[in-house]
Design a protein around this ligand. Structure first.
Ligand code: NAD
Ligand code: UDP
Length: 338
């Protein structure tokens, strides 16, 4: 198959591109490079041992999309492109609706024109909302989210549902990610956030490598076993393989599937695991809670196993080792290494 990967030079898209190439698919990446580097395409090719095509362009630009679909006979789309910073989304809602929601509508319109009606969409556990019981099960409805980013994911899922009911030829899977961490085991691909990382794992890695002084742990008084928040951290390569599994079962209709491990880990457990695996101390301090954080959530991972024979198989040690290899080999991300 020939697969279009939007946001393909980003963190999750790049790892997924490697998995798709290694499974024998042809891959076209579309990325406007607003949060990634063109170097990533070379590294994908290097790891997979097969070329990948990078088109620098924007999902909000219908001319670019129409031309792309004319030039390449795409079978399916894996749609990662979007903005993802939760705090920023609430401060600047319009660019988030514009890029994530309007961008997806432009993409779906171009796909309709080109008669490409298969899509796997990057959704998020955030669509379960603020009050869902844990673990999160796909049969729960979507809940009320407290940030614009979450709202865009929820809106896109609803747009996809409307499209599916309007035209039964569409094959659609929304994958609801939990907390992706880690890097490709080669140490050549990983997460390279611009500026101060919002997410826990890149922050830990940047403290360990000496780029930041200490980790602030947001809240030590949550109703969890050690008082810090718990999440379902999943290795990015397991997540990437989840996309291949989803493409393999795509059929007319629409479905939503969790990609998680089914196991919650606390912030303190993550810090300790990183220190144990790497032997590097991560100075940290418990500070006040971060607005909007939920005490804990994790996936019920049964559906993914049942409907697409996929399970997260990498260990917590793998997550830590691979993060550290990536960070050590690329202390400043993709910037000055090539
Ligand atoms: P990322 O920022 O590393 O990758 C997104 C890529 O999309 C970037 O390379 C960026 O340059 C590109 N992009 C953004 N807007 C674009 C546009 N208009 N046109 C073309 N390219 C554009 O993020 P990621 O962590 O790889 O996340 C990928 C997807 O997964 C996103 O949709 C995100 O919301 C979703 N997701 C991520 C997480 C997470 O924790 N990383 C969790 C749940 C869901
Ligand atoms: N966290 C933290 N310090 C940081 C970044 C994150 O203590 O510098 C905590 C955060 O409060 C949450 C967990 O780590 O409980 C995971 O946060 P992240 O932003 O990585 O993912 P989220 O689950 O919020 O999407």
């Amino acid at each position: 198959m020939k697969i279009l990967v939007t946001g393909g030079t980003g963190y999750i898209g790049s790892h997924t591109a490697v998995v798709l190439l290694q499974a024998g698919h042809e891959v076209v990446l579309l990325d406007n490079l607003c949060n990634s580097s063109p170097v990533v395409a070379d590294r994908i090719t290097e790891i997979a041992g097969r070329p990948v095509t990078l088109i620098e362009g924007d999902i909000t630009d219908s001319d670019t999309l129409d031309q792309l679909f004319r030039q390449h006979s795409i079978d399916s789309v894996v749609h990662f492109a979007g903005f993802k910073a939760v705090g920023e989304s609430t401060q600047y809602p319009l660019p988030y609706f514009g890029n994530n929601v309007a961008g997806t509508i432009t993409l779906l319109t171009a796909m309709t024109k080109a008669n490409v009606k298969k899509i796997v969409f990057s959704s998020s556990a955030t669509v379960y909302g603020n009050t869902a019981p844990v673990p999160y099960v796909e049969s729960f409805g979507r809940g009320q989210t407290n940030n614009t980013y979450g709202l865009t994911k929820s809106m896109i899922e609803q747009i996809l549902e409307a499209l599916s009911s309007s035209d039964p030829e569409w094959s659609i899977i929304s994958l609801r990610y939990f907390n992706p961490v880690g890097a490709h085991e080669s140490g050549r691909l990983g997460e390279d956030p611009a500026g101060i990382p919002n997410n826990l794992m890149p922050f830990i890695a940047q403290v360990a490598v000496g780029r930041r002084k200490q980790l602030s742990i947001f809240g030590g008084d949550y109703p969890t076993p050690d008082g810090t928040c718990r999440r379902d951290y999943i290795h990015v390569m397991d997540l990437a393989e989840g996309h291949l599994a989803a493409l393999n079962i795509l059929k007319p209709g629409i479905d939503a599937i969790n990609l998680g491990t089914g196991r919650p880990l606390s912030v303190l457990e993550m810090v300790r695991a990183f220190e144990d695996v790497t032997g590097v101390k991560v100075p940290s301090q418990i500070v006040s809670r971060r607005e909007g954080d939920l005490p804990e959530f994790w996936a019920d991972a049964e559906k993914a196993s049942r409907v697409m024979s996929w399970k997260a198989k990498r260990s917590l040690n793998d997550m830590m080792e691979d993060t550290w290899r990536w960070q050590l080999n690329n202390p400043d991300g993709y910037k000055i290494t090539e």
